[in-house]
Write a protein that binds this ligand. Structure first.
Ligand code: 6GU
Length: 225
C-alpha cells in the first residue's frame, strides 16, 4: 500500500511514522508513506495556500490551485483508489472503514486546516470524507495520523501473533475482555482463577462472556447493530 498525505504541516506528521509498529511496517516495505508540503505547490512569492472566504466571515479557506497541482502531479504518476479528505464534517471513522481502506493500493489523504478547503476541491477530487469524532481539532494532521495507524496495522505482515488484530476490540462489534499478566496476586488482588486453570475451552467461554458483559455495560449501542 502507498499513502500520500497532503498537508501544510508535514513536521506534525513525521514522528508517528518514525516509531513503533508504523516504523516497522515502513521498514518491512509493507507500506510507503509520503508527506507532501502544500506550500511546495504554490505559485508566487508568498507561498499562499489560503485566502479570505467569498461572502465574508471569519476564517481562511484553503485555495484550490495548490491542492489541484499536488493531486494532479500524484495522479500523473500512478492511479489512486481514493482521495480522502480529513474533516470534522466527514463520516466518523470506525473499524469497518479502516478494514475497507486497508484493502486499497494507493490512497491520497488531504488534511484540512482553517475553515477547510474550497468546496470545489471536495466536488472535484475527494472520494471520501472522514472525521475521527465529534470534536474539533486545529487541523486534519492528527486525524490523518490516526487513520493511517488504524489502517496500517491491518496490512498483512504488520502485526505478529502477539499483536494480532483478530482479537481487537470492535473487530466483531464487541469490546475486548479484561486481561491479566504476572503476578497472579498483587497486594491482595487476585487474577480470576479460571485464567490459571489451563482449561482452554472454559477460558474461551469466560472471555466471550466477559466481552459481552463489558459491551452491554459500556457500549450497548454496539449490540444493537
Ligand atoms: Cl478529520 N479534522 C479536524 N480539523 N477536526 C476533527 C477531525 C478532522 N475529526 C474530528 N475532529
Amino acid at each position: 500500500m502507498r499513502i500520500d498525505i497532503i498537508t501544510v504541516l508535514p513536521e506534525l506528521l513525521k514522528s508517528p511514522f518514525e516509531a513503533s509498529i508504523l516504523k516497522r511496517a515502513i521498514e518491512k516495505d509493507l507500506v510507503e508513506v509520503h508527506l507532501h508540503n502544500l506550500r511546495d505547490y504554490t505559485t508566487g512569492n508568498y507561498k499562499q495556500v489560503d485566502d479570505y472566504q467569498f461572502g465574508g466571515g471569519a476564517g481562511m479557506v484553503m485555495m484550490i490551485e495548490p491542492i489541484d497541482k499536488c493531486i494532479s502531479q500524484l495522479k500523473s504518476e500512478r492511479e489512486y483508489d481514493e482521495v480522502i479528505y480529513m474533516t470534522p464534517d466527514g463520516k466518523t471513522l470506525n473499524q469497518g472503514m479502516a478494514n475497507e481502506i486497508s484493502m486499497k493500493k494507493n490512497i491520497i489523504v488531504l488534511c484540512g486546516h482553517y475553515k477547510g478547503v474550497d468546496q470545489r476541491v471536495r466536488d472535484m477530487f475527494v472520494t471520501r470524507e472522514i472525521s475521527i469524532g465529534d470534536y474539533v481539532l486545529s487541523g486534519g494532521e492528527l486525524a490523518a495520523a490516526i487513520l493511517c495507524d488504524a489502517v496500517i496495522r491491518l496490512l498483512p505482515g504488520v502485526l505478529n501473533d502477539e499483536t494480532s488484530a483478530l482479537t481487537d476490540t470492535f473487530q466483531d462489534n464487541l469490546l475486548a475482555p479484561p486481561v491479566y499478566t504476572r503476578p497472579a496476586e498483587y497486594k491482595g488482588m487476585e487474577v480470576p482463577k479460571i485464567l490459571l486453570s489451563g482449561n482452554f475451552p472454559k477460558i474461551e467461554k469466560w472471555r466471550e462472556q466477559q466481552a459481552l458483559e463489558r459491551t452491554q455495560e459500556r457500549r450497548p449501542d454496539l449490540l444493537e447493530k
